[in-house]
Design a protein around this ligand. Structure first.
Ligand code: GLY
Length: 379
């Protein structure tokens, strides 16, 4: 396998291209590299605080990727100083009302049953750790292993890394993946040009399903609004850890950025390919964030944006072979794209080389949907 096309220059596509370029000739195609959900994201590496009962394979995959992050970041650091902006201060989770505390308790119990205990804290404990937290915070958890990166620094570092690795970044838009009936032969561009390839990796996030029929119905956009705030002189200092919270049942996160920034996210709803932030979404985020960190009222509001998470039917990504020979998916990462970049890149590279995939990535094999489809077709 010599020529590989990666469709999508977000964190997933660039990570796959960077790793694969050690062994094969890679071109990444994207009309607007690094401008999608990877740019909008908060940058959390949070397998534990994103864990939900029933999603244990996703937790295992997330932990396998989190384990890879220090090495992945160190390799980027060798190319670009502090390339990923990795923050190791950890995460606290805060709850306000009784309902939110009960829900956190359920999550803590679930993690305990999985053998991953988290530390329960009172509101006072939490304020001792993070004085920015307000009096409405009544209790919560400490999860020191859930980390964060600066997703925008990461994108810039990955661009430098792929350039250094000899990857071509082509800004032409792809219309579809082309095959000869049994295997992939390349792609057709929006301008009609055909590009030949031995393998095509679809890493186009929420836009992936349109690129090949094998992905139809398996990836959908899940909208999320997110804010970027900046500390101003005289305002209370922002938290040093990532703060996640439940506010009257609504999940919220505040991710510190080096210096004085704070990323506040995120709403989550199905609205097709709409990336326009709404007044109601921004209002909810600001109101909830102010209850958790009252000092943000004095911060500057620098940015309001909305991104499209690539949702999959079972919340597990699609990483692996799908459809005709030579077609690979690296998409459907939902809320966890930044976290899952290293394990996705390792899996895609292993498949391109014909080697074994990381064991935790087997659950993300898209074949799980092909089996379901065959059953439906046979009915
Ligand atoms: N990773 C958090 C989110 O998707 O909002």
């Amino acid at each position: 396998m010599d020529r590989v096309l990666v469709l999508g220059a977000g964190v997933i596509g660039l990570s796959c291209a960077w790793r694969a370029a050690r062994y094969v000739q890679v071109t990444v195609l994207d009309p607007a590299p690094g401008s999608g959900s990877s740019w909008v994201a908060g940058g959390m590496l949070a397998p534990v605080t994103e864990a939900w009962p029933g999603e244990e394979p996703l937790l295992d995959l997330g932990l396998a990727s989190l384990e890879r992050w220090p090495g992945f970041a160190a390799e980027l650091d060798a190319i670009v100083d502090d390339g990923a902006g990795l923050r190791t201060e950890g995460t606290v989770v805060a709850a306000t009302g009784a309902g939110d505390r009960a829900e956190l308790e359920a999550v803590a119990g679930h993690l305990e049953r999985l053998g991953r205990p988290v530390q329960r804290l009172t509101g006072r404990d939490l304020r001792r750790l993070e004085p920015a937290l307000g009096p409405d915070v009544r209790g919560g958890l400490s999860v020191p292993g859930d980390l964060a990166v600066d997703n925008r620094m990461l994108l810039a570092a990955l661009r430098t890394a792929v350039d250094a690795a000899g990857v071509t970044v082509d800004r032409r838009a792809v219309a579809e993946v082309r095959g000869d009936g049994t295997r992939v032969v390349g792609v057709r561009l929006a301008d009609g040009t055909e590009l030949a390839a031995d393998a095509v990796v679809v890493a186009a996030g929420a836009h992936s399903a349109a690129l090949h029929p094998a992905l139809h119905g398996l990836v959908r956009p899940v909208k999320g609004e997110i804010l970027r705030l900046a500390h101003r002189p005289g305002a209370l200092q922002p938290p040093s850890r990532t703060v996640r919270a439940l506010v009257d049942g609504r999940p919220l996160y505040l991710v510190p950025r080096d210096g004085s920034g704070l990323v506040v996210g995120a709403t989550q709803y199905e609205a097709g390919f709409d990336t326009e932030p709404t007044v109601g979404g921004v209002r909810d985020l600001l109101r909830d964030a102010e209850r958790i960190v009252p000092g943000i009222a004095e911060f500057a509001l620098h940015e309001v944006a909305a991104g499209l998470r690539p949702g999959s039917p079972d919340n597990l990504p699609l990483i692996g072979r799908i459809g005709p020979e030579g077609l690979l998916a690296a998409t459907g990462h939902g809320r966890n794209g930044i976290l899952l970049a290293p394990v996705t890149a390792d899996t895609v590279t292993a498949l391109l080389r014909g080697g074994p995939v990381p064991v935790q990535a087997r659950a993300a094999d898209p074949a799980r949907w092909e089996v379901t489809r065959e059953r439906v077709d046979q009915r």
